[in-house]
Design a protein around this ligand. Sequence first.
Ligand code: ADP
Ligand code: MG
Length: 619
Amino acid sequence: MPIIRQLPTSVINKIAAGEVIERPASVVKELLENSLDAGATRVDVVIEKGGAEAIRITDNGCGISAEQLPLAVASHATSKIADADDLFRVATLGFRGEALASIAEVSRLTLRSRPADCEAGAELEIVGGKAEPIRPVGCPRGTSIEVRQLFFNTPVRHKFMRTTQTEMGHITEAVTRLALAHPQVHFTLTHGGRLVHDLPPTTNTRDRVVTLFGSELAESLIEIDSADEQIRLHGFVANPTQSRGNNRLQYLFLNGRFIRDRALQHALGEAYRGLLLTGRYPICFMHLEIAPALVDVNVHPTKMEVRFQDSGRIYSQLLGSLRSKFLTTDLVARGAVPENSQDSVSEAITADNEIAASTPATSELFEWAKRQLNTPDNGGLAAQPSELRSTDSLSLHPFTSVDRRTVSETSEQSSYRSDAAEATVPRPPSSPAALQIHNRYLVVENEDGLEVIDQHALHERILYELLRDKVLAGVLERQRLLVPEPVDLASSEAAAILENREVLAQIGVEIEPFGGDTVLVSAYPAMLANFSPADVVRGLAEQLQTEGKQPDVRDLLDELMHMIACKAAVKYGDSLTPEEVTALLDQRHLAQDHHHCPHGRPTALVFTREQLDRQFKRI
Ligand code: ADP
Ligand code: MG
């Protein structure tokens, strides 16, 4: 029978160190948090060899008196909470009372401190958990902690340390997170004698972003501020012109603490749906302020994950405030023309040829698209003044270009036309003249300069939004096939489709197994009547395969709407008459976000007159 023993303190501290102190950056994080909790207004971080050699952090906070020094480095000793109830109203960054004890256990630590009201300071040195006697020293007000030879007595951890550069990267990130959360504090970061960051105090997060990430990103920031009685959300999100290939630039702070929260990251992604290309992530610097009682920060040793009492509410507040902000913000893509390169422009203009060049649209599809614009429930759209122009331009609605020759005129359209012919409404001051180039782009003069518009992307966006409105309004009828249609699939496609039958049923697509890699489609959404079941099912299979486990119903629905919008829109390569161009441009304003196609690519690039002047060396 094994014997049960009480572990010695040093082992307990080593275990705690294993949880909290993963690498040099963890030491930096813990020490910085202590400095901030001590009310410091200036903190200097000095690093040698990526922190493996030395980490020195000096602050001008409240300090620790000589008598209290031994307690500061004792485990489970803290000045921040007194009893268990305090756990639910934590207002400081630390409260577990184990960071200093853990760090002291696995390094050579020297702590010097002097509270404002003491004349002399005190110094305590601890080597691998063993404390030397406390000595009086002369030192400035505040605390300075030096950690040398981290993990010198834990060879396994030591082995896990990466290159100086990698460890320094983590340290810089730790400093960045705290510096963004506390812009009112002056931080400096020095590595190997070189000043990496000097972040003077400011009242504005935007200034911090400029110093940390440069002015291009900072200039693209959109301010968000929304509050109800219990939650305040404030900070910045980047214009979709700025994004990253991962979510590392998503800085979320809860009551001054950097957190990672999947639900909130998801809300962020949702808010940018259709504004960013797949695989691109939004950028944000957002602060959440919540009554401490409504959140549990004690669920993770490093406190990076938290548990909200009502996470659904925070999710919808974040999503809602971003969405409403985007509706009133001009999210246009600027045609970036860097001083020395013309290439980026052509890169930015790369269009969606693969998709656009596919399947020719049918005349039914045209009819469908036209109905979307003329049905009474979209009456507001049909009544757009731009459509009441001269007689000849009416028949040259941009949708006709889908298949101009096979369009059969409906009585609806003819009568509409004759009405309009009688109406002598003068042409409203609508879209300016535009030039179609290479049957792909429309070039338009605007107030600031000129715009190059991707005809397919723009039309696709307009159609997509019309569809989305319909779907949101709940008009997603399903249509049962008289004879279920078999569709042959690749085996991976069949597996993806069959595994997700229930989700597919929710969007109106009913599927049954038919043996082998064949499935039977028995019903699908009426709005897809013009597509072959095989196209629909294959499109969905592709989407399911990229989504992986637990596909999102909204994503699938979105995929269907993309398919329709893409096929019904004018193509890349379609020649448009001047009237069609005008009609398309006029409809731009029907779309909430006409700056991005549904896949998130820009629909237009803007070249300001100033940019042009600069390029032509006129200024
Ligand atoms: P915690 O931060 O969870 O309380 P720590 O082990 O990090 O635990 O610190 C223990 C205690 O030491 C803190 O509660 C605080 O009273 C004191 N302390 C640590 N660092 C500082 C500092 N830089 N300035 C003033 N007091 C400090
Ligand atoms: Mg602490």
